[in-house]
Design a protein around this ligand. Structure first.
Ligand SMILES: *Cc1c(COP(=O)(O)O)cnc(C)c1O
Length: 407
């Protein structure tokens, strides 16, 4: 009898998947060139990278910044969103999407996500808009653009801003256009796990020159682009990146299209292999998504097809077979951070008809996803060979056939 590896059997796979980050002698040279130039900040490479990456994302303007988190903060500040304002965010995302809202003094209002794509649900957004709402942050989760048609239409109609949190979606496209400047502003991360990275870093994209100038000023001590060095029209912070990061990113971006093509090929192959196995459904890809960034490959696990074995037991079994995976986020509104930081909030807002109260949030789709359903594979698993991808499906298939052993 074939035994599952979790019970002591032979794993499907004992070799590792491609490691991340990817680098070679050209990256070394890029870093050493900056070192030997003696110009380690705000010289040519930061500006060049701003031009290159803005153009790559089909945006007119780009500002490099220290992280995806500070990109969100500065995007909100550039829009003038602050104390007493509400910002609608999905409940299924990385904490920064919501914590950036709190950092600028605004109140994150959590809404549920679509059960098939895990992206923010436009109908839930519409229902949560109040007279205090100033912006919506759509997250392109796992690298799949959110429904930018519906969100663009409803934010325009209500006169509120749309920010695209594209930290997981470098190069992704909606109806032929790259994400980032479809909404008013887009934000990116170059943190080590992201599909384009320099260890840390971030970016803001926009087609609005005034917003671009405000964002640039806010990330650079409140300076004016054309002003004197010690002239400060705004109160800003120092969220600049170094020339080392820009130099590395200028080289890393040369690999991005090839890496995206490999991820797409393997991602689509995995989807077709999984369609032959009951109980493991990939996230649905909206047909209007013309390029998926596959930052994550998310599987929707159905315990009933695995003899009732809980999702976390399936993850244990899949890891034992040699496929690294994880369960992902928790419902964000349940994090103690939000209840604690808004307990003594000095403003009342319309959504709460009073002071913010995080005990009131309940997003049933998010709760089910987090507790029982989501299984994450990270992007580097899709950077391997066709056989690597077939191993993932083979391991899942083996677990499904011998689900009785999961008890
Ligand atoms: C990674 C991430 C961020 C934050 O980016 P950092 O560079 O780590 O600050 C924000 N939003 C989402 C959806 C992310 O995945």
């Amino acid at each position: 009898m074939t035994a599952l590896a979790v019970g002591g059997g032979t794993p499907v796979r004992t070799t590792s998947f491609p490691s991340w980050p990817v680098y070679d002698a050209d990256d070394e040279k890029a870093l050493l060139d900056v070192l030997h130039s003696g110009r380690w900040f705000l010289a040519d490479r930061v500006e060049e990278f701003e031009r290159v990456f803005a153009a790559y994302q089909d945006a007119q303007y780009g500002v490099s910044i220290s992280s995806g988190t500070t990109a969100l903060q500065v995007a909100l500040e550039a829009l003038g969103v602050g104390a007493g304002d509400e910002v609608i965010v999905p409940s299924y995302t990385f904490v920064a999407t919501a914590s950036a809202v709190a950092t600028v003094g605004s109140v994150p209002v959590f809404v549920d996500v679509d059960p098939e794509t895990y992206n923010i649900d436009p109908a839930s957004v519409e229902a949560a808009v109040t007279e205090s709402t100033r912006a919506v942050i759509a997250v392109h989760l796992a690298g799949q653009p959110a429904d930018l048609d519906a969100l663009g239409k409803l934010t325009a109609k209500r006169g509120i801003a749309l920010i695209e949190d594209s930290a997981q979606a470098h190069g992704a496209a909606w109806k032929g256009r790259k994400v980032g400047a479809v909404g008013d502003l887009g934000t990116f991360s170059f943190q080590a796990s992201k599909n384009l990275n320099a260890g840390e870093g971030g970016f803001i994209t926009t087609d609005d020159e005034e917003l671009a100038n405000r964002a640039w000023s806010l990330h650079n001590c409140g300076r004016a682009r054309e002003g004197a060095w010690y002239e400060h029209p705004l109160v800003g912070a120092n969220y600049r990146i170094t020339e080392f990061q820009a130099g590395l990113l200028l080289n890393q971006i040369l690999r991005l299209d090839d890496q995206m093509a490999t991820r797409s090929l393997n991602g689509e192959l995995l989807t077709s292999l999984l369609s032959q196995i009951d109980g493991v459904e990939p996230l649905r890809v909206d047909p209007r998504v013309t390029r998926h960034a596959y930052h994550l490959y998310v599987i929707r696990y159905d315990a009933d097809s695995f003899g009732g074995a809980p999702r976390d037991r399936f993850i244990e079994a899949l890891e034992a077979e040699g496929i690294p995976c994880s369960s992902g986020y928790r419902p964000l509104y349940g994090e103690p951070a939000f209840a604690a930081s808004f307990r003594d909030y000095p403003f009342e807002t319309a959504y709460f008809d009073g002071k913010p109260d995080y005990a009131r949030f309940s997003c049933p789709v998010t709760e089910r996803i987090c507790a029982d359903e989501a299984v994450w594979l990270t992007q580097n698993l899709l950077l391997g060979t066709e056989q690597d991808t077939r191993d993932i499906a083979a391991a899942i298939s083996k677990i499904r056939e011998h689900a009785g052993q999961l008890k």
